[in-house]
Design a protein around this ligand. Structure first.
Ligand SMILES: [Fe+2]
Length: 355
């Protein structure tokens, strides 16, 4: 399996993962053969990246955190909940709790719990996919940090709902390409407190910590965040986790208004925020498990060779095993050879070909 930009997809390729809309409805399923018509429709829908089967390397699997059932249910519950909150209707906190619980159960079944791109992308509602991805990453970080299972589920639920306040902001501002004006930014910032107010009204059915995650997720340990400029220990650990995963998610996914960052820039962004924007301890933990290259990615090495990431060891997630497929002159490796970058410190990945 490999992840490719839609622009590189060709008729005849076999799809390797479901393509869903924001409400969790399946548009295309694995094993569907791509046609000109499908490609045109996917382009029109704004899909930028897809997963296809790689007949030359059928043994390489890009790991997926959640079962398709959990993904669908999570998106559907989120979609319903967000709309209910936006209308001021009552919503069902237990449905959110139950989805958060499913997410955590799916994650705990994983043998190798590194942090890598979830691959969950929806093209019609960025807030839903963003929230689900943040929930996955936050639960993993909480797990790595040694939180109890009930705490991890609470973190997952809070991350699912952290941006509900965005439902009150006009889409034209949320999806605006480029920099926001000062007035627009002031409007966006209100979502933290707005989300808190919507959620705290259901205190009793929903943990108040969940509501506080919405309020505090843009606070920064150096006091430079918003809305209250809390600092250090004034910020709840759950919100400190979410502050990291929220930024990570935002810089790793192509959105209509922003391109995803290159893998090494993703690492550097989190790293440079340690101790000032992000809690240093939690940030270090996050980076220690961060796999910026995932199985199935095509990579160019500083040796001039081309390869595919074949596996990502949990102990050295930034030094994957690479299957070499082409020599520097472009001629194929026959047979392909695998090298572990953990054993070859001088070999660097220069670029990837996924977006
Ligand atoms: Fe936010």
């Amino acid at each position: 399996m490999r992840q490719i930009p839609l622009s590189e997809a060709k008729p005849g390729m076999l799809l390797a993962r479901y393509i869903m809309n924001g409400a969790g409805t399946i548009l295309l399923a694995p094993d569907v053969t791509l046609t000109e018509e499908y490609l045109r429709k996917l382009t029109a829908l704004g899909v930028s990246t897809i997963f296809v089967k790689d007949p030359d390397h059928p043994d390489i699997h890009t790991p997926e955190y959640l079962s398709i059932q959990t993904q669908q249910r999570a998106l559907a519950v989120l979609d319903t909940t967000m709309k209910q909150i936006a209308r001021g209707d009552t919503f069902a906190p237990d449905a959110v709790d139950s989805v958060a619980s499913d997410i955590v159960e799916d994650l705990l079944m994983q043998k190798n719990l590194t942090i890598h791109l979830s691959g969950i992308m929806t093209h019609d509602d960025d807030t839903l996919a963003h929230s689900l991805n943040c929930s996955i990453y936050s639960a993993i970080l909480a797990r790595i940090a040694g939180f109890t299972i009930p705490q991890i589920k609470e973190v997952a639920a809070g991350a699912l709902l952290h941006d509900v306040g965005k439902m009150f902001i006009e889409k034209i501002i949320l999806n605006k390409p480029g920099r926001l004006t000062e007035e627009e930014y002031a409007v966006v910032k209100v979502h933290a407190e707005q989300g808190f107010k919507s959620l705290i009204s259901r205190r009793g059915e929903l943990s108040s910590l969940v509501a506080h995650m919405a309020w505090q997720h843009h606070e920064r340990v150096n006091g430079q965040g918003y809305p209250r400029q809390l600092q250090g220990s004034e910020i709840l650990p759950y919100a400190k986790i979410l502050a990291i995963t929220d930024v990570y998610e935002a810089i790793t996914v192509n959105r209509p208004y922003r391109r995803a960052m290159a893998p090494d820039a993703i690492y550097d962004t989190i790293h440079s925020g340690l101790g000032n924007e992000f809690d240093a301890y939690l940030g270090e933990l996050f980076l220690s498990k961060l796999a910026i290259y995932i199985a199935g990615m095509r990579v160019m090495l500083n040796t001039g060779e081309t390869g595919i990431v074949a596996a990502v060891p949990e102990e050295t997630p930034q030094r994957p095993v690479v299957r070499l497929i082409a020599h520097p002159d472009g001629s194929p490796y026959t047979p392909a050879r695998e090298i572990s970058l953990a054993d070859h410190p001088k070999i660097q990945i220069l670029a990837t070909k996924t977006t």
